[in-house]
Design a protein around this ligand. Sequence first.
Ligand code: ADP
Ligand code: MG
Ligand code: MG
Length: 212
Amino acid sequence: MELTSNGLKDFFKEVAGMVETEKDYLCELDRKLGDGDHGVTMSIGWQAIHDKLTNELVDTEDCGKISVTIGKTFLNAVGSSVGPLYATGFMRGAKIAKNKTVLNEKDLAAYWVAFANGVKERGQAEVGDKTMVDTLAPFAETLKTCFDDTQDFETAFSTAVNAAEAGMNSTKDMISKKGRSSRLADRSIGVQDPGATSAYFILSTFLKVIKS
Ligand code: ADP
Ligand code: MG
Ligand code: MG
């Protein structure tokens, strides 16, 4: 398979739609752990991205340019902790996609590994801290290993999304050690992390797009 620049733009539009659907749920999780705004901040960021996709980026075919603009737009629109985290992810992915109008399977695997590693480096969270890294780190590790083994991106990505889901679920029993929810200490046990949840939704949206 391969992903064209239009395919990449369609994926980002799908994420914007998904965020609207999941907005209340993401806020509900964040009400129990933080300040209750995660769905709203994601919505603000992805609506701004949707605007760019339907205006400035309409004729852009460079997947790197598209991805860097997505990252910058999200950063500028979002004030909360996830702003720089997702922005870094997409800007790291942009380095892989630079000057490419089509992404092949190898590019796509490298794109998503760079995305996940970028978020982890930017936020300095480790697996077990109850953040989106609990979704993204097992995802990236599985994607890399499985793609190296099979050279089949769709199989590898699908397996990696399962690992992401398990990682997201694992945050429920964790004590938060990073971000706003860390102030709750052991009272943070019992609720799934909102960022781990939105990260899983983004990845499963990509899977949906490549399967359609
Ligand atoms: P804020 O806490 O500023 O209101 P959001 O509610 O939008 O931001 O996002 C909260 C999410 O951000 C958390 O659920 C967590 O997954 C993620 N997060 C916070 N700090 C970090 C970090 N240092 N590294 C990775 N993810 C983080
Ligand atoms: Mg919040
Ligand atoms: Mg906030």
